[in-house]
Design a protein around this ligand. Sequence first.
Ligand code: CTP
Ligand code: CA
Length: 222
Amino acid sequence: SLRAVSPDDMSGKHVLITLGPTREKWDAVRFWSNPSSGLMGACIAMAAWLRGAKVTVVSGPVNWWFPEDINVIKVNSAQQMFDAATEVWPSCTTGCFTAAVADFKPIPHGEGKFKKEGSSALRVDFDTNPDILKTIGSMKKDDQQLIGFAAETSNIQEAAKGKLERKNLDLIVANPINKPGAGFESSTNSVYVLDRAGRSEEWPDLPKTEVAWRIWDHLLLN
Ligand code: CTP
Ligand code: CA
């Protein structure tokens, strides 16, 4: 198999990966979400598995196939992703948080379907969701390593540095989501990476499969 001919440089590691969007339910037929495909996270999970790691994926609603020995926990909401990730994390050596988590959730209208009759406009109030990565960062032990992502439309480098520090990360991978060939629904990504020692690199536009492989190279070699 491909796994047998790949390097074994991640064996002994247990990697937790979050991926995909979250869905925040408003009524029986409507939710708040975003267009994340989960591809970047799926590539990172596959790369870790090929390199010999034990892999647990906490996945929002996406349509990826994973090899049977990758443990996939399917969730919908940010709260469910939070519950799954915080439960698995203590047994992991490494985390890579790629999910496009909804920062806010609409306060549900109710269990039934909201009817349009009699409403000419709609106002929806939102509550905050927990920051999953920040919580995991605060739980992180000295022998655990944590990678975060940052989706940015401006000031990428400063924003990435802020998130690396606030969330207690070892590495952050930032992507300009408004640039062609990067971010949501793209099969390539051009990223800026920064580690906690202050070393940074800008990688060219690469297939997400290649970005995934390089992220693990970067973490293992530094
Ligand atoms: N993240 C998370 N839980 C959240 C929000 C974000 O785990 N509730 C993680 C993402 O998976 C990503 C990192 O935190 O690895 C940064 O996400 P991003 O949306 O870029 O940053 P935020 O901290 O949410 O700030 P903002 O959206 O305002 O830029
Ligand atoms: Ca966010």
